[in-house]
Design a protein. Structure first.
Ligand SMILES: [Zn+2]
Length: 163
């Protein structure tokens, strides 16, 4: 451990330091000056006393506490003023922004399907898209109108109802 890290404890009298530390302090003027600075700061802090709150502090504090207890609850809006509520709201916003920003990575499937294909007039749209299906229906209007053909197919005659 560095000698300088031990200086606050040595200055406070909590640690006298190993003989190596004492030898270093005796020979190194830089560390000795630091130790002297710590000792002066701590001596100054020892002189500092808490200011006197005044003779009526306890009485006024008691009155304030009784005032707050007697006040009716402010309803759900008082949660808005709580620091915890603000932190929670901020955390929710950050999580929401992260989810929205990384939705392609988090939900790979649906985002791809949401890609909008703009049909070019005059060209046939790709099959499977809404425009392509509408064009296929329009082109094969006569065939789809004759649904008796589809009824006669009976491809899956063992299926009687939807699952
Ligand atoms: Zn030193």
């Amino acid at each position: 451990m560095q000698v300088r890290e031990l200086l606050p404890d040595v200055a406070a009298g909590m640690d006298q330091g190993t003989p190596d530390v004492q030898t270093h302090l005796a020979s190194c003027s830089s560390c000795a000056a630091k130790l002297q600075g710590f000792r002066q700061t701590m001596a100054l802090l020892d002189q500092w006393g808490a200011p006197d709150p005044g003779p009526y502090f306890d009485t006024r504090l008691g009155a304030r506490i009784r005032e707050e207890k007697a006040r009716p609850a402010a309803g759900w809006l008082h949660w808005l003023r709580q620091p915890a509520f603000g932190l929670s709201a901020a955390a929710l916003m950050i999580v929401g922004a992260l989810v929205i920003g990384n939705r392609d990575m988090l939900f790979p499937g649906p985002a791809q399907e949401l890609a909008i294909v703009i049909p070019v007039p005059g060209l046939p749209a790709a099959p499977g898209t809404a425009v392509g299906d509408l064009q296929a229906l329009e082109k094969n209007d006569d065939l789809y109108a004759d649904f008796d053909v589809l009824d006669e197919l009976q491809v899956q005659n063992d299926v009687t109802a939807n699952p």
